[in-house]
Write a protein that binds this ligand. Structure first.
Ligand code: GLC
Length: 577
C-alpha cells in the first residue's frame, strides 16, 4: 500500500508541475488601489535558532540563514518572518529582549543582519521582524533602572505594586511556575507584573515615554529597510493600571480580561501615525481579540491601525484527542465571510508556538505523512488571506521525539511541568500530552540532509533533531519530483500566478460532509475548485459541480479524482471552464 502510494505520487508531481506552470496571472478588474503587496505575499516563517548553524555552537544563526537564501528563494515565497533576533538572555528564546537595537550574540552581529537583509532584498524577498513590546527582558537596562528605586525615572516603564498595599489582585501568568503574574522584588519591596515568565516584565504602555521608545525602535529598523512588523502579544499591551479584582476562575478565559483593553486602539493609531504611515511596512499583531468586532477594529483600513489579523481560532482546533473537520470548516468559513468585504486575514496552521502541522492536522504515519502534508499545504495556499507557512512544513517535518522532561527546552513546558508537579498532578499524563503539543515539537532543527544532526550543525544541537531526518530531509526531496518540497513549490507558483487564489470569493460546498473540505475561489470569471480529503480512507464529496471538463491544475495523486471520489488525503485543484 505504502509503496503504491509513493510510486503513484512521483508521477503526480510531474503531471502537476507542467500544468501549474500553464496557468498565468489573469488580468483583473480589481481597482489597483485594492491590491497590496502584503495581501499577495507568501510569508515563510523562520525560527532562527533552528534553521541553520554556521559556527558549530549548536544554535542557528544569521550567517546560517544567509547561506540558505538560495534555498529560501527556490521556494518562491515572497517574504520571511523572522522570530526575534535581538539581544536576549533567552529565557524564552529571544522573546525576552535586553537590547532592541542589538543582535543576539549567538545569532551574530549587526553586519550579519545587514548582509541578510540585503541578501533577501537582492532576491526579491521582504523581511518582517518580530517586535516584542508587551514586555522586555528583566535584563533590559530599562528594567534594571526601574527596579533600582521607586523614584528612578524608569520606574513607570513597568507595572509595580507597592507591597505596603498588600498582595496585588491575582493576575494569571502564562509561563510562571506558580501561574502568578506578580513577582515580588525585595529591592524596593514591590511586585512587578509579568504575564509571561518572571524574566519578561510587562512594559507600561500607559506611559507615553515607553510608547515613544518603541516607535523610535521601530523607526530604527524601518530605516534599515525592513518591510514589516509582527507585534508579539500586543493585544495584551494596554492595561487598567488600577488593577481591579477579576472574577474567580477568570484565568480559564484570561484573554477576555487581557486582550484589547483600555487604550489599545489609541496606541495603535498613534503607532500608525508615528511609524506605519511613514514607511511602506506591513503590520500584523499576534492575536485578533475575542470577537470579529475586535479583529475588524484592529485591521479595517479606514481605522489606520494594522494591516491584517492573525487569529487563533483555526490553529487552536487540533487537540491531542483529534478534531472535527466540520468544526474546522465552520471556523475557517466563518472567518472568511466576516472578512469578505473589509479587512484582511492571515492563513496558517502552524507557527513556533504550535506542534507540527502534519502531526496535529494531518497524519504523520509513514504511509500518510506526505499526502496529508501536501493536502494541508494545498489548503493554506488556496484560501483567501495571506499565507504564513512555517519552516520545515514544506518537507512535511513532523513532531520531534521528546521522551523525558530533560529533553524539552521550552520555558512554557518546563515551568508548567513544575507547576503541575507542585499540584500533585499525574506527571506521566502531563508528559504524554506535552510529547504531542509542546512548542518544542515545532522548533526542532531544519532537516537539511541525512548527515549527522541533519546538516543543521557540526556541534551539539541546542534541541534534539527529529530522528526521522534520515528519510525526511531537503536533500532527498530536492531529487524527488514528487516530494512535499516540490509540491509546495508548485503551490506557491500557482498562487503567485493567480489572483483568484489571493482575492477571489470563497464558497464552501458540501458543507455537512464530515470527511472532505470542498470550496471554490473565483475572481473575474476565473474559478478554481479545491477538493480535500481529510481522512485516511477514500471519501466522496458531492459539490454539485461538473468537473468532467475541468482542468486539473494540481493534485497530490497521479490520477486525480474526476468523480468526487477522493483517495486518502487527496487534494486536487481544478480550474472550471
Ligand atoms: C508570543 C510568542 C511566544 C512567546 C510569547 C511571549 O505568544 O509567539 O513564542 O513565548 O509571545 O513573548
Amino acid at each position: 500500500m505504502k509503496g503504491a502510494i509513493l510510486a503513484a505520487s512521483v508521477t503526480a508531481t510531474l503531471l502537476v508541475a507542467t500544468l501549474a506552470c500553464q496557468t498565468s496571472n489573469t488580468p483583473t478588474d480589481m481597482p489597483a488601489t485594492d491590491r497590496k503587496w502584503w495581501k499577495e505575499a507568501i510569508v515563510y516563517q523562520i525560527y532562527p535558532r533552528s534553521f541553520q548553524d554556521s559556527d558549530g555552537d549548536g544554535v542557528g544563526d544569521l550567517k546560517g540563514i544567509l547561506s540558505r537564501l538560495d534555498y529560501i528563494k527556490s521556494l518562491g515565497i515572497t517574504a520571511v518572518w523572522l522570530n526575534p533576533i535581538y539581544s536576549s538572555p533567552n529565557d524564552d528564546n529571544g522573546y525576552d529582549i535586553s537590547d532592541y537595537r542589538g543582535i543576539m550574540r549567538e545569532f551574530g552581529t549587526m553586519e550579519d543582519f545587514d548582509a541578510l537583509l540585503k541578501g533577501m532584498h537582492d532576491r526579491g524577498i521582504k523581511l518582517i521582524m518580530d517586535l516584542v513590546v508587551n514586555h522586555s527582558s528583566d535584563e533590559h537596562e530599562w528594567f534594571q533602572q526601574s527596579r533600582s528605586s521607586r523614584t528612578n525615572p524608569y520606574r513607570n516603564y513597568y507595572h509595580w505594586w507597592p507591597a505596603e498595599k498588600g498582595t496585588p489582585p491575582y493576575r494569571y501568568s502564562l509561563f510562571d511556575v506558580n501561574h502568578d503574574a506578580w513577582a515580588y522584588d525585595s529591592l524596593t519591596n514591590a511586585y512587578y507584573l509579568h504575564y509571561f515568565s518572571r524574566k519578561q516584565p510587562d512594559l507600561n504602555w500607559e506611559n507615553p515615554k515607553v510608547r515613544q521608545e518603541v516607535y523610535d525602535i521601530m523607526k530604527f529598523w524601518a530605516d534599515k529597510g525592513v518591510d514589516g512588523f509582527r507585534l508579539d502579544a500586543f493585544q495584551f499591551a494596554a492595561k487598567d493600571t488600577t488593577f481591579p479584582e477579576f472574577p474567580k476562575g477568570y484565568e480559564k478565559n484570561f484573554t477576555l480580561y487581557y486582550a484589547m483593553q483600555g487604550n489599545l486602539h489609541e496606541y495603535l493609531k498613534e503607532m500608525n501615525r508615528e511609524v506605519f504611515s511613514k514607511y511602506d511596512v506591513m503590520s500584523v499583531a499576534e492575536g485578533a481579540g475575542n470577537t470579529f468586532e475586535d479583529a475588524h477594529n484592529l485591521v479595517d483600513a479606514d481605522r489606520q491601525e494594522l494591516n491584517m489579523a492573525y487569529a487563533f481560532e483555526g490553529v487552536d482546533i487540533a487537540k491531542p484527542e483529534g478534531y472535527s473537520l466540520l468544526t474546522f470548516k465552520e471556523v475557517f468559513s466563518r472567518w472568511d465571510s466576516s472578512f469578505a468585504e473589509k479587512g484582511w486575514l492571515s492563513i496558517f496552521l502552524a507557527n513556533h508556538d504550535q506542534a507540527r502541522m502534519v502531526s496535529r492536522f494531518g497524519n504523520d504515519s509513514p504511509e500518510f505523512r506526505a499526502p496529508s502534508s501536501k493536502m494541508l499545504s494545498t489548503f493554506i495556499m488556496t484560501m483567501r488571506g495571506t499565507p504564513y507557512y512555517y519552516y520545515g512544513d514544506e518537507l512535511g517535518m513532523t513532531n520531534g521525539d521528546f521522551q523525558r522532561i530533560e529533553e524539552f527546552r521550552d520555558v512554557q513546558t518546563l515551568n508548567e511541568y513544575q507547576y503541575q508537579k507542585n499540584q500533585g498532578a499525574d506527571m506521566a499524563r502531563f508528559l504524554e500530552r506535552k510529547k504531542f503539543e509542546s512548542r518544542d515539537n515545532g522548533r526542532t532543527p531544519f532537516q537539511w540532509d541525512d548527515s549527522r544532526h541533519a546538516g543543521f550543525t557540526t556541534g551539539t544541537p541546542w534541541i534534539k533533531v527529529a530522528p526521522n531526518y534520515k528519510t525526511i530531509n531537503a536533500a532527498a526531496q530536492e531529487k524527488d519530483p514528487n516530494s512535499c518540497l516540490n509540491y509546495f513549490r508548485e503551490l506557491v507558483k500557482l498562487r503567485k500566478n493567480n489572483l483568484a487564489l489571493v482575492y477571489g470569493d470563497y464558497t464552501l460546498l458540501d458543507e455537512a460532509n464530515p470527511n472532505t473540505y470542498s470550496y471554490t475561489r473565483e475572481l473575474d470569471g476565473k474559478k478554481f475548485l479545491i477538493l480535500l480529503n481529510f481522512t485516511s480512507t477514500p471519501a466522496s464529496t458531492n459539490t454539485g459541480l461538473d468537473v468532467s471538463k475541468a482542468r486539473v491544475v494540481l493534485g497530490n495523486y497521479p490520477q486525480p479524482s474526476r468523480d468526487g471520489k477522493l483517495q486518502p488525503y487527496e487534494s486536487v485543484i481544478y480550474e472550471l471552464p
